[in-house]
Design a protein around this ligand. Structure first.
Ligand SMILES: Cc1cc2nc3c(=O)[nH]c(=O)nc-3n(C[C@H](O)[C@H](O)[C@H](O)COP(=O)(O)OP(=O)(O)OC[C@H]3O[C@@H](n4cnc5c(N)ncnc54)[C@H](O)[C@@H]3O)c2cc1C
Ligand code: SF4
Length: 328
């Protein structure tokens, strides 16, 4: 591991000032960044520990929640208001990693965790994300876990976070603070598709800090869930996942819904085409298939991951049918 400086920030301004140094990076729980440093993929000159910053969950005036970026994943999933009002989020977080890792991992670090593409972690492989212009060994390699939506010639990696899929379905908004001041940005617009520059993964500006994540009030959020399909029952990343929030009218027709897919793209994938196809419909097999077809119309399978298209269709349908069955 390359030597680095370590600083613990006492407040956001101190963190931003410390991170202005060349090669500085913020440090959350370290569960991803330290691995990447050990593998020689990241070599920050300075780590600015931000785990002592905003670490609580507050009610907002609008009836939502403001979750500090330093809140640990376990604390988020166990928080009563999260479990009761945003069950999709609690389930998504609990489906990720292991208890020990969730105890360390923070909300900010989870949003910024990097892909699990095996070639990205293999220093001997060609990877445009590690080294722009180098090529992408995943394209012609073993690409079972890779993207079916929104990928590019340059990169076919997926975003690994479960939490972010639920947050995108719940219309979460990031609170960012940086050298140029504070701003907010919907999480849906934060992660980028790979395009020509898969190394540029988010809209975060140089030195900017994730301060908090805001969950807006959702009238129907109690009927939300997260379903993750993976190779093992625990301790595995999603092959495909679905976060859904559903509001059914008394006639059984969809009044409103929010859908996002994980494991399919370089970013958590808000499934707006499927949402549009289902509004006003009954959740029967035909409507669900039409919605999935609309969402997956542009899916482009690689050699080893064609199964993800049918898996996404079935997971979407099973998630929504399960939610509609929860009605009293
Ligand atoms: C074995 C294993 C299995 C896992 N399985 C899953 C899984 O199934 N699902 C899943 O979703 N995740 C999984 N994870 C990933 C885990 O969720 C992430 O490692 C974790 O969420 C990262 O959080 P952290 O606080 O440790 O981030 P760190 O490792 O500290 O940081 C990650 C990145 O975020 C940046 N950062 C941290 N905080 C801030 C901030 N406030 N502002 C700006 N930048 C910041 C850092 O600079 C770094 O670039 C797994 C991890 C491991 C090791
Ligand atoms: S898919 Fe992306 S992360 Fe994986 S090897 Fe190709 S460029 Fe690198």
């Amino acid at each position: 591991m390359t030597p680095f400086e370590f600083q613990r920030a006492a407040d956001a301004q101190g963190a931003i000032a410390a991170a202005a140094a060349a090669g500085a990076k913020y440090l959350g729980g370290g569960t991803n960044l330290l691995d990447l440093m050990r593998e020689g993929i990241e070599h920050p000159a300075r780590l600015v520990d931000v785990t002592g910053l905003q670490g609580d969950i507050r009610e907002t005036e609008g009836g939502g929640l403001l979750v500090g970026a330093a809140v640990r994943n376990t604390a988020l999933a166990e928080h009563r208001a999260v479990r009761e009002r945003y069950p999709a989020l609690a389930r998504a977080v609990l489906s990720g990693a292991s208890g020990q890792i969730r105890n360390m991992a923070t909300v900010g670090g989870n949003v910024l965790q990097r892909t699990r593409c095996t070639y990205f972690y293999d220093g001997a492989a060609r990877c445009n994300k590690r080294e722009p212009g180098a090529g992408c060994d995943a394209r012609e390699g073993f690409n079972r876990i890779h993207a079916i939506l929104g990928a590019s010639e340059a990169c076919v990696a997926t975003h690994p976070s479960d939490m972010c899929v639920a947050l995108v379905a719940l219309d979460a908004v990031l609170h960012l603070a940086g050298p140029d001041g504070a701003r907010t940005l919907p999480l849906e617009r934060f992660h980028r598709l790979p395009g020509e520059r898969p190394d540029q993964e988010t809209e975060l500006k140089a030195g900017e800090l994730i301060a908090a994540v805001e969950l807006p009030a959702l009238a129907f959020s109690a009927r939300s869930t997260y379903r993750k399909v993976r190779d093992r029952a625990s301790y595995a990343f999603a092959l495909v996942s679905v976060a859904a929030a559903l509001d059914l009218g008394p006639d059984g027709r969809v009044r409103d819904l929010r859908l996002a897919l994980g494991g399919v793209a370089h970013k958590p994938w808000r499934a707006r085409r499927a949402e549009d196809a289902l509004r006003g419909e009954r959740l029967d097999a035909d409507a669900l298939r039409r919605a999935a077809d609309a969402e997956l119309a542009d899916a482009k399978p690689l050699r080893d991951n064609g199964f993800k298209i049918e898996l996404a269709r079935r997971t979407l349908a099973a998630t929504l049918l399960g939610l509609s069955g929860d009605r009293a």
